[in-house]
Design a binder for this molecule. Sequence first.
Ligand code: ZN
Length: 490
Amino acid sequence: MKSLFTTLMLGFVIVSATAQKIAPPLLEPIKKEDLKRDVFALADDKFLGREAGTIDEFRGAVWFVEEMRKAGMEPAGENGTFYQFFDLYLRRITPNTWLKIGDKKLKLWKDFIPASLSPARLNNKEVVYVGKASPEELKKLDIESKIIAVQSSLEGIKTNISLFHKRFYYLIEDRYNAVFKEKKVAGVIFIANDLYENNWDAMIHELKRGRNGIKDFRNKIIKDVPIFWVHKKESSFLKDNKLTLNAEIGVQLFKYPSANLIGKIEGTDPELKKEYVLFSSHHDHVGVRETVKRDSIINGADDNASMCAAVLAIARSFKKQPAKRSALFVIHGAEEMSMLGSRWHAWNPVVPKESIVCVLNGDLIGRNAIDSAALLGAWGPHRTSDELVEAAMEANKEGPNFTIDKSWDDPDHPEFFFFRSDHAPYARVGIPVLFYTSLLHDEYHTPLDNADRMNYDKLYKMVEWIYRTGWKVANMKDRPKYLKTANFDK
Ligand SMILES: [Zn+2]
């Protein structure tokens, strides 16, 4: 009897020590009607798809900053404002770019597409036709300082992925990039396959826009080796003749502003309030593009007005009931251009990097089945913190009780989704992260991603989950530790 009593007492002591007397989360300020109203407002046609670097991105941002203020946030950007500005460098092909193979002059965009964005001049370079040679086969050939003509193929490329029709050309290039550099080829001609021919106009549309970078982040955008895509019909011409190539690639550089929108709600503990739980979203989207069902404005209701509305709701709750730690709300710009805003803030945070205890990022959080969702950064090499994942799991049990899809953290998952939203740059600088998402769908990055297509019951449940996790972490005694085993090679 006595020993049972002691055991019970011990059990009691242990339980109360881990529970740490955290006040219950306050869900009342988080309302489905508010989420719906804010998604409709930010995903309105009048913002023309909020493309980064354009006035449309800023018109959306200006509206959003007012909402941040109304939700009770203090400005935490530069100079007492909600803004952290950064420069986008846009590189774009100039119309005087030309290409001549043998005696044949090819017309820019109509006959050839330049797919590299560094200026180049090529004089009388020998062309070597290599057929469908694999990267390994290319290694054995004598191709230094020559132009190689490669038949494009889909070998080794996973085709069952989102936006494949827009991405396949650089997936093909990526397969060869290392060997092009290693062999010091002077340039590359890719000969289109049927897939490329069918999407030639869409490709032009993408490549004519150019690509954006930020300071210290150029290598991914600028390919060292000049690359030209030509039509399938040039195949025999390239194969059967001894040819030389002359070309010039002109590139213009433009500078445009973008901005992260940053607010905070101070914590109540004199020491812990110097630390921040960072809630992350992005306010930009992809602008006006190809027409689908007579609409060309890509409003990005799910991507990512959904998490923007969530951030406002979470702030309303923290305002009414602040936690021990402070809450930092960062709504990134230029996410759709390789997460440029979050790279910028992860490298230049508005608070000391060491004071950010975790990043809770949401992207696409209002679609698909009501009872399931995905969490990334939680398993395998992408897991950044045991305590953080534990908090999210507990929060899920206490709140929405989703069936959690773990497969998206697999390093071999064909979508590489872990690397496609704003938490990723923070994970790489040593901050524990989680990525909450209701995953991709057929209307992702199309003019059909509209506010009236969202599931607001699902959105509410996602917000509850993220808020409950944040509430736990903002009040726990010891901050989540970053795992040394975290690895982001793939
Ligand atoms: Zn997104």
